[in-house]
Design a protein around this ligand. Sequence first.
Ligand SMILES: [Zn+2]
Ligand SMILES: [Zn+2]
Ligand SMILES: [Zn+2]
Length: 76
Amino acid sequence: MTASSGQVGACSNSRCGHWNNEHNSYKCKEAGCRKRWKICQTGDHGDSGVYAICAKCPDHPAGGPEGFLEYIDLTV
Ligand SMILES: [Zn+2]
Ligand SMILES: [Zn+2]
Ligand SMILES: [Zn+2]
């Protein structure tokens, strides 16, 4: 399977399983960091309507998007 666009196929986080086009990605808030956070927006993980974190910046655990502390963390 090829994934040239990055938007095709299913999420690489095995705990998520949703399609990539149901996600949003955010650049890490740490200045100069180019890593991206990947957020599942289906609201289908645990509490309904709550977003989930499928990928986070490994270097800056506080660098997530607005309100990410309320999200369900699928990376642990
Ligand atoms: Zn996901
Ligand atoms: Zn998901
Ligand atoms: Zn970062």
